[in-house]
Design a protein around this ligand. Sequence first.
Ligand code: NAG
Ligand code: NAG
Ligand code: NAG
Ligand code: NAG
Length: 500
Amino acid sequence: MELLPRRPAWPLTCLVLLSLRAWPGADAQAGQGFELRQPEKEMSVIAGETLTLTCTVTEGGPIGPVRWLKGWGSGNETIYDQKEHSSHRGMRAVNGSNTDFTILIRDVRPEDAGTYYCVKFRKTHTGDELYRHGEGTVVSVRARPSNPTVSGPSHRAEPGKTASFTCKTGGFFPSDIRVKWFKDRAPIQAQPIRITPGPSNFTYNMSSTVTVTLQKDDIRSELTCEVQHATLTAPLNRSYHLSQILRVPPSVLVAQFPDPVGLNKTVNFTCDVQGFYPGSVTVTWLENGTEMNTGSPPRPTETPEGFFELRSTVAVQAVQEKNGSVFSCRVVHEGRDPISGRATLRVAALDQKESNSPNTNGSSLFIYVAVGVVCTVLALLVVAILFLIRAKQSKGKSSPSARLHEPEKSSGTTTQESDPNNLTYADLNFTKEKKNIQRIIEVSQQSEYACIQSSQAPASNDNLTYADLDMVHLSKAPRRPAPCPEETTSEYASVQIQQQ
Ligand SMILES: *[C@@H]1O[C@H](CO)[C@@H](O)[C@H](O)[C@H]1NC(C)=O
Ligand SMILES: *[C@@H]1O[C@H](CO)[C@@H](O)[C@H](O)[C@H]1NC(C)=O
Ligand SMILES: *[C@@H]1O[C@H](CO)[C@@H](O)[C@H](O)[C@H]1NC(C)=O
Ligand SMILES: *[C@@H]1O[C@H](CO)[C@@H](O)[C@H](O)[C@H]1NC(C)=O
């Protein structure tokens, strides 16, 4: 136990002072009016800074040194000794002064924390004996935490797995410390922090652990450990990129181009290795399980998402013997089990070498054939109907005739009644002397009218003019302009036959 000094009674000090004033010649009498002042009771200093311990004495004390001790009783430590300069940690602030025994301790360390006493010794024939001392200054050294470190798992882990990360800092004092974790600025919950004694007895260490479930898009994410302590004006941060421990295996897809391939043509097998991280893989091609001698595959390229991909191609001659051969692409990523993709060589049969499209199979061919047949049948049907109509129309036209008849029902009765020229309609079917016809056909734009006039008199009565007209407008009057254009829906022809 420390033997604490008895605090001198203040009234006594006053008495001493008074007596000093009353008897100035009392100096020789072992410094009756001597006073030692150590004003600060407590001091707090941050490690690395300079500690200033103040102590002043009045003149006229007894012969004997002033010392600074750290601690009291057994285990005290001399910090400064007036007799032994520069061999201790304390340095005089005012060198050579007889009254100011303030000392400086530079680059304070956490272990400098303790209670410091300014002590005046009196020299006696047996040695220095304690004469006066200050009340002690309690020095606490606050220590900043060291820059935090974040450590992750020792091996890479795939998405879906959990991984633990530990943030550590140490050498801080006092022990109160706060730690926050963030994943891309979003706070995440951590396990309670653990505080242990630090490198010295006056400091502490801290470790804080979080467990996160890895995701595929964590490739660009980072964890941040943020440490707050009383000695810090701004928190200390340490980040950890999750790409350091993430391993995303590739997807492997093998395809044949073209598929199927014509006999003896060159076929390419492509191996698409996609979405892996980190970006190193080994790609091997195998033909029916036997390793092929292919060149080195291209370097992987990085995608905007931060993953890697590559395409390896191998060219093969599609000879008959290789039809049905299996080509596989074996990808080893990060020393893990290989991931393989495979495709079977399909050489097209000889009679369908032009069919490169994989859609041209039996069922679609059947559809094409069926559609063709239906179309042909429809076309034949249309032709047959047309032929029947034609045949019906040509009935009764075998001999020359000119039949006058009433207009068809469809043309309406009003047409006939309103006809100012009292016209009749006729089917004309003249077959002879076709070559003597001179037609004068006037066609108006809106209606389809025709005036047919045979200009020359036929040689005989037998030489009849031919007209192949269904609806004929016989006009007895001299030639007149085409009928009114309002009758747009009818098809009229005006035929003028010269009288003999
Ligand atoms: C300091 O320690 C020494 C022994 O190391 C002891 O003799 C001395 O009395 C101690 N001084 C005080 C003031 O406790
Ligand atoms: C405390 O942390 C320091 C580094 O800051 C380290 O060197 C030391 O080993 C740690 N001590 C303990 C007890 O963890
Ligand atoms: C394919 O090549 C083989 C020899 O390699 C030859 O015998 C065969 O006639 C070729 N077939 C065609 C369709 O070119
Ligand atoms: C290749 O094999 C497939 C099925 O095994 C067969 O249909 C095809 O006709 C073969 N090609 C040749 C060129 O023999």
